[in-house]
Design a protein around this ligand. Structure first.
Ligand code: GTP
Ligand code: MG
Length: 647
């Protein structure tokens, strides 16, 4: 069992629960203090749900037979005392395989038929459609039965040339395919396109998702792997084998799919046991492993410390046989250690940048509201205190002053209401720019640019066109957001100058994230067009499929930007609206209190006492908020830095 990895993931799980708890406490605080607004509450609820469903994705990517599956067996499934996932010589894993745990379902393997490749539906869409999948139940109590079921991921079948073409799997440059067609008049293709294994392992229960992939052939023919699945993995493990060294196809996978695509990656040189020559001294063996590490690192353009040497096979064997010396020699412990730091570190960083950052901003805004409440009560206390021993004339004059202030305030509230309406209209226009209908229109233009022939040249042209339009769109959105901000700034100024509100301005809308995400897609397209793999398979088929995937990814980028803008628009006035309401109520209270005192001077003492109580309560609420904010700030602090993992 990968104990270091296990512990780190369990700790992370707990950290995430605490974070979720703080968000729930904040929701309760907003409700208790009457500060809740439905949009904000929904967003906070969404965030706790996101945390609950959060996953850490670890992808194993390499050419066939480098030992990806064996490494997964050694890292995660050694407890079953056998080789659970099929790992054999030659091409074994035939389709990308995701291993995870979803408690809402029984343990099972779900398999997507290869024939779905004939359609344009994305994998993401097919995943949401249970009818498309064949389900095999998993008997988790029998390792033998499970091993048997797991064999589905390696199934193949013979098909004709037409069928292989229709599936987009025919590659005339693949020597073994061409040979098979010549001798048998048929080729072997995978039976399944994708496998989902739902398996109740403790690590998977903690939210870990493992992705096992087949070699280069499949990587090249499923653009979704390149465009979304690999870049979205929190860490990618790239394997090489000692007996083959860094081959051309290894290099191609590294450059096309990992080097710039994956945010965190780890290179592993597997099968070092091949170098364990009994005729050599331990020192000589270590030296030859180090030489291979150095050569590999140089070829990948990495420092040697970033290449870990292991024997997955011996690690699995050592764990099964409980052979500590062999386990130590296999080198797997270092991989476990780095994985723990890297995967957990990556996820921590992402959640800090997103959920913690957004919640902290909301909390900071609420703090302003809470502080203003305290200030309002203090001002009122001071006012009433100054009336002690004064005659009715003084009270009368004070009352007139407050009445005047209320009138003046009402006028400002009308200005606020008008501005809010105006911003709501402008916001809608802005959000429409990022709607899926608008994106569809943009994609239609790009598709027309590509034309019917589906060439890489056309694809480059179409993408260039899409990028230009996206840049124009980003400019337009920025302009519209600045207009919204200008209107809001004026209102903030009015309330600051005339009613003593804190001097504040809403932050400008950030569109960099949107632009960068679109640039990533452009980069992926450029690399796709430049990659020699795409010359090998049926080209127009692949390009069309790539474009469809691109559309799907652009949709994700637009939806994200739409949500970001929606939150920004919500926050432009969010806390101010609350403060305005609070201040209005405070003015009313002051006025009522003065009227009562004017009638009966004894009320003064009673009101003063009530105000003192309110002050204590408001101060306490403000402190609660400070504590929550402090917890969030502490939670955002980085965990152990993954020193040797390339990030
Ligand atoms: N000597 C040695 N053989 C290994 C080691 N790891 C894996 N192998 C063997 O290499 C072959 C391929 O291993 P797999 O785990 O199937 O490799 P893979 O990368 O998953 O390959 P595909 O599923 O075909 O993409 C199998 O015969 C394994 O037994 C190792 O550390 N040492
Ligand atoms: Mg495999």
């Amino acid at each position: 069992m990968a104990s270091g990895l296990h512990q780190q993931i369990a700790d992370f799980h707990q950290w995430r629960d605490h974070l979720s708890q703080t968000i729930s406490e904040y929701r309760a605080w907003l409700e208790a203090t009457g500060s809740n607004d439905s949009l904000q509450d929904l967003r906070l609820f969404d965030m706790t749900e996101t945390l609950r469903k959060d996953h850490l994705v670890l992808a194993f990517v390499a050419e066939f037979s480098r030992g990806k599956t064996e490494t997964i067996n050694a890292l995660f499934f050694a407890d079953y005392n056998q080789r659970l996932l099929p790992s054999e010589a030659g091409r074994t894993t035939m389709c990308p395989t995701e291993i995870f745990w979803d408690e809402r379902e029984e343990p099972c393997i779900k398999l997507l038929p290869i024939e779905t490749r004939k359609r344009d539906d994305s994998l993401a869409y097919l995943k949401s459609n249970p009818n498309e999948w064949t389900t095999i139940r998993l008997d988790v109590h029998s390792a033998e039965a499970m091993k048997e079921s797991m064999h589905a991921v390696i199934q193949q079948k013979s098909v004709s040339l037409e069928e292989a073409r229709a599936l987009g799997l025919w590659n005339e440059h693949d020597l073994s395919m061409a040979q098979s067609m010549k001798t048998r008049g048929a080729v072997d293709v995978p039976v399944w396109r994708h496998a989902l294994i739902n398996f109740p392992h403790p690590l998977l229960k903690s939210g870990l998702v493992i992705l096992d992939t087949p070699g280069l052939n499949t990587l090249g023919s499923e653009p979704e792997l390149t465009l979304s699945i690999i870049p979205n993995a929190h860490a990618v493990i790239f394997l090489l084998a000692t007996d083959t060294g860094v081959t051309r196809s290894d290099m191609q996978i590294w450059t096309d799919f990992i080097r710039t695509r994956a945010s965190r990656k780890l290179a592993i040189l597997n099968k070092i046991d091949i170098l364990w020559d009994e005729m050599k001294t331990e020192h000589e063996i270590k030296a030859s492993i180090q030489t291979q590490i150095n050569t590999t690192a140089q070829q990948l353009g990495l420092p040697p410390s970033c290449v870990l040497a292991i024997s997955a096979q011996k690690a699995l064997l050592a764990k099964i046989k409980k052979d500590a010396a062999l386990l130590e020699r296999s080198g797997i412990a270092k991989v476990e250690h780095l994985l723990a730091e890297s995967v957990v570190g990556a996820k921590h960083e992402i959640l800090s940048k997103t959920i913690i950052a957004e919640t902290s901003n909301m909390l900071r805004a609420s703090r302003k509201v809470a502080q203003q409440r305290v200030e309002d009560i203090k001002a009122q206390l001071k006012e009433l205190d100054s009336l002690k021993g004064q005659n009715r004339m003084v009270i009368q004059s004070m009352l007139s002053k407050v009445t005047e202030e209320r009138k003046h305030y009402e006028a400002s509230v009308i200005t606020f209401n008008k501005a809010e309406q105006q911003i709501s209209g402008l916001g809608q226009v802005l959000l429409n720019q990022l709607s899926l209908q608008n994106l569809d229109a943009l994609l239609q233009v790009s598709k027309a640019e590509i034309g019917e022939s589906w060439t890489t040249l056309g694809l480059t042209r179409g993408m260039k066109d899409l990028m230009q339009r996206t840049a124009e769109l980003a400019l337009l959105i920025t302009e519209q957001a600045n207009q919204i901000k200008g209107t809001a700034d004026e209102v903030y100024k009015l309330f600051h100058e005339h009613h003593g509100f804190t001097d504040r301005k809403p932050p400008p809308l950030q569109v960099e994230h949107f632009i960068n995400n679109m640039k990533q897609l452009q980069k992926a397209t450029q690399e796709f067009c430049a990659s020699p793999v795409n010359v090998m398979t049926e080209k127009h088929f692949l390009i069309r499929r790539f474009f469809i995937q691109l559309g799907g990814q652009a949709q994700v980028v637009f939806q994200q930007a739409h949500a970001d803008c929606q939150h920004w628009i919500r926050d432009v006035f969010g806390p101010l609206r609350q403060q305005i309401g609070d201040h209005k109520a405070a003015l009313e209270k002051r006025s009522n209190s003065l009227m009562d005192i004017h009638e009966n001077q004894h009320v003064l003492e009673v009101n003063l006492a009530a105000l003192e109580k309110q002050l204590v309560k408001a101060q306490q609420q403000s402190t609660e908020l400070d504590q929550m904010l402090l917890r969030l700030i502490k939670a955002a602090k980085p965990v152990g830095q993954p020193a040797e993992v390339i990030s």
